[in-house]
Design a protein around this ligand. Structure first.
Ligand SMILES: Cc1ncc(COP(=O)(O)O)c(C=O)c1O
Length: 405
């Protein structure tokens, strides 16, 4: 129940800020591990994880230690100088991912912009595409962020409407269909930019042969295959990267969210030296990108994925989560999509709307949110254990039973 304190805090957000989000009616004030508490000390299981940015759990003790240590020693310098944290971080991330180079940024959208700019430079300077003609192929239903260029190739009208003129140079084709990519390729194509699993579209998993076929097509036509793993990457699907389920290697990879360990925005674009060496002084950058605090946090966040066994836990707990939901045999569930601890539960809209279901989950102590009205996304921190997950499953069952009677 919302009381006066919550109400006044909720009001402040909408009086002093625009309603560009529609938060659920809860005011959170602290969190630890997989749990969060509202201003009245009511406890919730976080099955949202900051849209998958809190994979390590809230206030992971080792990341908290690094945060304190690094911020009291050196937090921000700009890239005008070298630091003792950036090089070691870049070495760690490139070794772990198998890419030659990493260009550090802050938000996910900035890293996507970096991938677009890098691909275009490579197309003009290496592939010799005619000046001003480079094209990038994207997929219907994509979500890559909110900048003017990125929304220019969104297929969601509300994201684009009245934000034009839109940036040209993008072609959207059917997601999950490699033939549509091949048909759209021409001599000006610089890159194909896709999500290996579409998150915001409702955890849409493409056919198994999609990524291998796209890989072959890109190689055949000398086009860069760029994957946006801002949401799917870093253990979320039970592998370090979602593309590893398909045994392929893309030419470029975009990471964000969990790279910041739940503490701060950290993102990057990873690729080969052939692509990234064109990003010369003055061509691109960011005051905060690669800052010492971000570099220290990101390095430890990456190491902890392996040290804490988070990737394996995502695989095992994800499997258990999916099976347990299916075993509920609830009439509400039409389909469950996803991999690892990243599930999209397609619900029957005749029984309840996604919005109302999220609200009921909230009342029962579960933080989750619908995407596209009929899909509930469950994405708890990757540190979740069986006991915690069982607690959540009991609550979800209670909600489902209440709806179906
Ligand atoms: C696949 C994908 N790309 C890009 C973004 C944008 O990231 P940010 O919100 O950090 O700009 C998101 C955010 O949800 C995402 O899921």
């Amino acid at each position: 129940m919302i009381n006066d304190i919550q109400n006044s805090l909720i009001k402040k957000e909408s009086i002093f800020g625009p309603d560009n989000y529609k938060p659920l009616p809860v005011v959170l004030s602290k969190a630890k591990g997989v749990w969060a508490w509202d201003v009245n000390e009511k406890k919730y299981l976080d099955m949202m994880s900051g849209y998958s940015a809190v994979s390590h759990g809230h206030a992971h003790p080792e990341l908290l230690r690094v945060f304190h240590e690094q911020s009291s020693r050196l937090s921000l310098t700009s890239r005008a100088f070298y630091t003792d944290t950036l090089g070691p971080y870049l070495e760690t991330i490139t070794k772990m991912s198998g890419f030659e180079m990493c260009l550090p940024m802050n938000s996910g959208a900035e890293a996507v912009e970096t991938a677009i700019k890098s691909s275009r430079r490579w197309a003009y300077r290496t592939k010799k595409v005619k000046p001003g003609k480079a094209e990038i192929i994207v997929a219907d239903g994509n979500f890559h962020g909110r900048t003017t260029t990125i929304i220019s190739f969104s297929t969601d009208e509300n994201s684009r409407e009245d934000f034009g003129p839109h940036t040209p140079g993008f072609v959207a084709v059917k997601y999950g269909c490699s033939e549509s990519i091949e048909s759209a390729i021409n001599e000006n194509t610089a890159a194909v930019l896709i999500e290996p699993i579409q998150g915001e579209a409702g955890i849409v998993v493409p056919p198994e042969n999609y990524l291998p076929e796209v890989r072959d097509i890109c190689t055949k036509h000398n086009v860069l295959m760029i994957l946006d793993e801002i949401q799917s990457g870093l253990g979320r699907t039970g592998k370090l990267f979602a593309y590893q389920h398909s045994n392929i290697q893309p030419d470029g990879l975009i990471l964000g969210k969990a790279l910041g360990g739940g503490f701060m925005p950290v993102s990057c674009f990873l690729s080969s030296e052939e692509v990234l060496h064109w990003m010369n002084p003055g061509s691109h950058g960011s005051t905060f990108g690669g800052n010492p605090l971000a570099a220290a946090i990101a390095k430890r966040s990456l190491e902890l994925l392996e040290e804490d066994g988070l990737i394996e836990n995502s695989r095992v707990m994800g499997q258990y989560f999916k099976e347990s939901l299916l075993n509920m045999n609830s009439k509400i569930i039409k389909e469950i999509r996803g991999k690892g601890l990243w599930l999209g539960v397609e619900i029957d809209p005749e029984l309840i709307s996604g919005k109302d279901l999220s609200k009921m989950c909230l009342e029962h102590g579960i933080l989750c949110k619908e995407t596209h009205e009929t899909t509930i996304r469950y994405a708890p921190p990757l540190v979740i254990n069986k006991e915690e997950l069982d607690w959540g499953l009991d609550k979800i069952k209670e909600v489902f039973d209440k709806i179906t009677g």
